[in-house]
Design a protein around this ligand. Structure first.
Ligand code: AMP
Ligand code: ZN
Length: 124
C-alpha cells in the first residue's frame, strides 16, 4: 500500500513501527498515545492517509462512523464507558493538530477538565 513515507501514523497503521495496535477494525487501527494526557489516551486512525477533518468527503462517512464506534467499543473494553470520556478531533492550526493524519483521541480514565477555550482571553 502506498503512503507518505514521512507520515508517522501511516507507518504505525501499516505496521512499520513497533507500536502496539490495541484495536483493528475495517480500515482502522488504534494505538496508545505516546504522550498520554490521561490514564486512557488512545488514538483511532484510518489506515488510509487523510490529513484532517477538512479533507473528509461524503465517501468517508462510514469510515468516520466506524472510528467513533471503535472509540465507543474501546472505551467499553477498557471499562471507562460508564464513567465517560472525551472524543476529540483536533483540526488545523487553531485546533492544535500536530500530526497531519486524521486521528480521533479517546481520552478518559479520570474526571477531565471542562475547559476548551481560546488562548486569547480577549476574544469577546
Ligand atoms: P494532535 O495534536 O491532535 O495532532 O495529536 C497528535 C498526538 O499524537 C499527540 O497526542 C502525540 O502525543 C501523539 N503521537 C505523536 N507521535 C506518536 C507516536 N509515534 N505514537 C503514538 N502517539 C504519537
Ligand atoms: Zn498518514
Amino acid at each position: 500500500m502506498d503512503f507518505p513515507t514521512d507520515c508517522i501514523f501511516c507507518k504505525i497503521a501499516n505496521k512499520k513501527t513497533g507500536t502496539e495496535i490495541v484495536y483493528k477494525g475495517k480500515g482502522i487501527v488504534a494505538f496508545r498515545d505516546i504522550n498520554p494526557i490521561a490514564p486512557v489516551h488512545i488514538l483511532i486512525v484510518p489506515k488510509r492517509h487523510i490529513e484532517s477533518v477538512n479533507d473528509l468527503t461524503e465517501r468517508d462517512a462510514s469510515l468516520v462512523g466506524r472510528m467513533v464506534i471503535a472509540a465507543k467499543d474501546i472505551a467499553k473494553e477498557l471499562n471507562i464507558a460508564e464513567d465517560g470520556y472525551k472524543l476529540l478531533f483536533r483540526t488545523g492550526k487553531h485546533g492544535g493538530q500536530e500530526v497531519n493524519h486524521i486521528h480521533l483521541h479517546l481520552i478518559g480514565g479520570a474526571a477531565l477538565h471542562e475547559e476548551i477555550r481560546p488562548l486569547n482571553v480577549d476574544w469577546k
